[in-house]
Design a protein around this ligand. Structure first.
Ligand code: GDD
Ligand code: MN
Length: 395
């Protein structure tokens, strides 16, 4: 398979001068079962990095150069990844720094992990065997660790230990599905966006320990504003992921209004008996909730072949709604059995049925409905699989 090592450069002449021959002569020939290539993504470095690469290109036919304007590390990677996939037909790409902070000798280990059938391999500084430069002061160590911790907490994903690593391998079949032209950052935080999307698609992830060395030549291009931008990108991606639940809650709210309108309308305007009007109100709310959820909250699930027909979904939705009523009745019945018809809260006497209704709805009915809608009615769990199956067909 063809694997492209992408090396972004901005004023890395001294490093590239040593890195290219080391990779070409010593490291890449060790990876015998793949066709390896190097793509330098240079941003018109004023120090003449380009000239060095062009000189080496005469010697090494698997060395490529992509020039651009300096927009940031993320922009350079997005451009280079697109080029590696579309023009160089890469099966996988590796993100790799020019400045020897990543040990070139670790490259074969990343590829070996891919050969073990992993889709996304992360060179990790924060697992046993990995390390950050011992020369770093406490402040820098904490800052480095904090960035990743923030993402892990916000995303509630603790299975990946080094979120901000700049050394990784990604199979193109996943990268192709990432909207590289619209990443939320053109700078260092691009990597959070790519990682988030690739993991969400269900890629098989492996972390392998790496030692991250101190830079020897040239200067770092990272600056303080990167950490704020990273936090912003993490939150924005979390918001995207929460859109479904926000819509679901909103639909629940509209249902309440529909119920009230239908109930009062049929009682006052059509003079239906009260109990009948309540029934109409409830069923109207169920219907409108179903329709809005189907055509809005879950509109991205219509193509899923594992899910049932529109009418079957409507039946299931009605059953789930009935279930919600039963849960509320049961919760209040049990609470009254245990606590009596009245409760004392901070010295106030409150009816148990009122005190229990809100927690029952918030902690039981809403979460349970959300799970049932996702798993049983609209089957969002097949969204991930579909992506990959589709991809296999294309390949
Ligand atoms: N083309 C291009 N354009 N290359 C860039 C740009 C840019 O705007 N900014 C940085 N680079 C290149 C550098 O020339 C170097 O090869 C590589 O990207 C990494 O840049 P550094 O400036 O050395 O980054 P760092 O050492 O501070 O950050 C490293 O560690 C971080 C985690 O601690 C990188 O690996 C980051 O990706 C990683 O998050
Ligand atoms: Mn560096």
């Amino acid at each position: 398979m063809k694997i492209i090592v992408i090396i972004p450069t901005y004023n890395e002449k001294a490093n590239i001068e040593k890195m290219v021959p080391l990779l070409e002569k010593d490291i890449l020939p060790r990876i015998k079962n793949h066709q390896m290539g190097i793509l330098i993504a240079d941003d018109s470095s004023p120090d003449g990095t380009r000239g060095v690469v062009e000189k080496y290109m005469k010697e090494y036919k698997n060395l490529f150069l992509l020039e651009g304007n300096k927009e940031g590390l993320g922009a350079a990677y997005a451009r280079a990844m697109r080029y590696a996939i579309d023009k160089l037909d890469a099966y996988a790409v590796i993100e790799f720094d020019a400045d020897f902070q990543h040990d070139p000798h670790d490259l074969p280990r990343l590829v070996a992990a891919m050969d073990e059938s992993y889709d996304y391999v992360i060179g990790s500084r924060y697992i046993p065997g990995g390390a950050i430069p011992k020369e770093w002061g406490l402040h820098r160590k904490i800052l480095s660790k904090f960035g990743g911790l923030f993402a892990r907490i916000v995303w509630m994903n603790f299975s990946i230990h080094d979120i901000t690593s700049g050394f990784k391998l990604t199979k193109s079949e996943y990268l192709k599905k990432v909207d590289l032209e619209h990443l939320y950052s053109k700078a260092f935080a691009y990597k959070l966006h790519v990682l988030h999307d690739v993991v969400k698609m269900g890629a098989k992830v492996k972390e392998i320990p790496i030692i991250f060395y101190e830079r020897k030549e040239g200067v770092s291009k990272i600056n303080k504003k990167e950490s704020f931008e990273s936090m912003f990108v993490v939150l924005r991606l979390k918001f995207d992921d929460s859109v479904r639940i926000i819509k679901f809650l909103f639909v629940g709210g509209t249902g309440f209004i529909v119920q009230l309108l239908a109930q009062e309308g049929s009682a006052r305007l059509l003079h239906f008996p009260d109990s009948f009007a309540v029934g109409i109100g409830a069923e109207m709310a169920i219907l409108s909730n179903f329709l809005i959820n189907h055509f809005w909250t879950f509109s991205d699930t219509h193509h899923i072949k594992e899910s049932s027909s529109f009418w079957m979904k409507l039946v299931k939705f009605n059953i789930a709604s009935l279930g919600s009523i039963i849960i509320q009745v049961a919760a209040i019945w049990l609470a009254e059995l245990a606590l009596g018809p009245n409760m004392h809260i901070y010295g106030f006497m409150v009816k148990t049925r009122i005190a229990i209704l809100f927690p029952a709805i918030i902690f039981l009915v809403i979460p349970l409905n959300y799970i049932i809608y996702n798993k049983i009615i609209w089957k969002t769990q097949y969204l991930k699989k579909n992506l990959i199956v589709e991809e296999n067909r294309v390949l």
